[in-house]
Design a protein around this ligand. Structure first.
Ligand code: MLT
Length: 265
C-alpha cells in the first residue's frame, strides 16, 4: 500500500453557474452524470460542482485504502483546487450522503449547509457487511454487472419505471460509468464506514433531508430518524420517487433545493 503522500489523485469534476458553492456527491454505482439536471437547473443561483469519485466516470481509481473519509477529502480537494475557502453546501445521495456526513465531521467549518438525500446515518449491520463481502467476491469474479443488474430494478419507484422510460434508460447509462476498481473500493468504504448516529445531533449547520417515499434501497424511516436527531433540519419526503428523487421528480427536487439555498443567503 503506498503512503498517503505518494497518492496523487485526480478527481474529475464539472462545474456551472455562479453564487453560493454547492458540491453534489453521487451515490453508488453512479458518477457525476447523476447530477446533470441539477448542474443546469441550479446554475442560475449557485456555483454547482459535481465530482466523479475515484474509479467512477472520468476519475481514475485510487491506489489508497478506500474509506468514506478519504472520499470526503477527495471531494474537498476539488474546492482547494478552485481556491474555494468559504463554507459550501455539501449534498450527497445515498453513499454520497455517507461522504457528506464524513465531510461534516472532518471539516465542519467548511460546511455551510448539508443536503442528505436517500441516505442514512447508521453504519452497516453485521448482515449488511456480510452482504458487501459477498458482492465484493462476485464483482472480483465476474465484474460490475452483478451490482448494476442487481440494483437496477430497485432504484426507481414503480411509477417511474412505468411512466418515465427515458429516466430508466438514463439510469442504465449512468451505471455504465462504474469500473471494477471503483465498485470494489466503494463497497469496502461503505462496509467499513463509521456510524454517524452520534454525530447527527451535533450537526449545527442547516440540513435538508430529501427522501423518496418508495425508496427500496434505504427506507424513508431512516430519513425520519435523522430528522428527529438533527437540530436544524427540513425533511422532505417525495411522492412517486424511489432512491433517485433528483432524476425521478426533478422539478420538485430542484424547487426544494433552491428554497434551501435561498434561505442560506
Ligand atoms: C447507494 O445508492 O449509494 C448505495 O446503494 C448505498 C448503499 O449501498 O448503502
Amino acid at each position: 500500500m503506498p503512503s498517503k503522500e505518494e497518492i496523487t489523485l485526480t478527481v474529475h469534476f464539472e462545474e456551472s453557474g455562479a453564487g453560493i458553492p454547492i458540491l453534489l456527491i453521487h451515490g453508488f454505482p453512479f458518477y457525476r452524470r447523476l447530477w446533470s439536471g441539477q448542474l443546469e437547473s441550479l446554475s442560475g443561483i449557485a456555483h454547482v460542482l459535481v465530482p466523479d469519485l475515484p474509479g467512477f466516470g472520468d476519475s481514475p481509481a485510487s491506489l489508497g485504502a478506500p474509506s468514506v473519509d478519504q472520499y470526503a477529502e477527495d471531494c474537498l480537494a476539488v474546492l482547494d483546487a478552485l481556491n474555494i475557502m468559504e463554507p459550501v453546501v455539501i449534498g450527497g445521495l445515498s453513499m454520497g450522503g455517507y461522504i457528506a456526513l464524513a465531510a461534516a465531521r472532518l471539516f465542519p467549518l467548511r460546511v455551510r449547509g448539508l443536503i442528505l438525500c436517500s441516505t442514512r446515518s447508521g453504519a452497516d449491520s453485521t448482515e449488511a457487511k456480510a452482504g458487501r463481502d459477498k458482492t465484493i467476491a462476485q464483482v472480483k469474479e465476474s465484474g460490475t454487472s452483478v451490482v448494476t443488474d442487481g440494483m437496477y430494478p430497485k432504484l426507481l419507484s414503480p411509477e417511474t419505471y412505468q411512466a418515465k422510460p427515458a429516466v430508466a434508460a438514463e439510469l442504465k447509462e449512468i451505471m455504465k460509468g462504474a469500473t471494477v476498481e471503483g465498485v470494489l473500493a466503494a463497497l469496502t468504504a461503505m462496509r467499513d464506514r463509521p456510524d454517524s448516529t452520534s454525530l447527527v445531533p451535533n450537526l449545527h449547520m442547516p440540513t435538508l433531508i430529501i427522501h423518496g417515499k418508495d425508496d427500496q434501497v434505504i427506507p424513508p424511516t431512516e430519513a425520519e430518524a435523522m430528522a428527529k436527531a438533527i437540530p436544524h433540519n427540513d425533511l422532505h419526503i417525495m411522492d412517486q420517487a424511489g432512491h433517485l428523487p433528483n432524476l425521478e421528480q426533478p422539478e420538485e427536487f430542484d424547487r426544494v433545493v433552491k428554497k434551501f439555498l435561498a434561505n442560506l443567503l
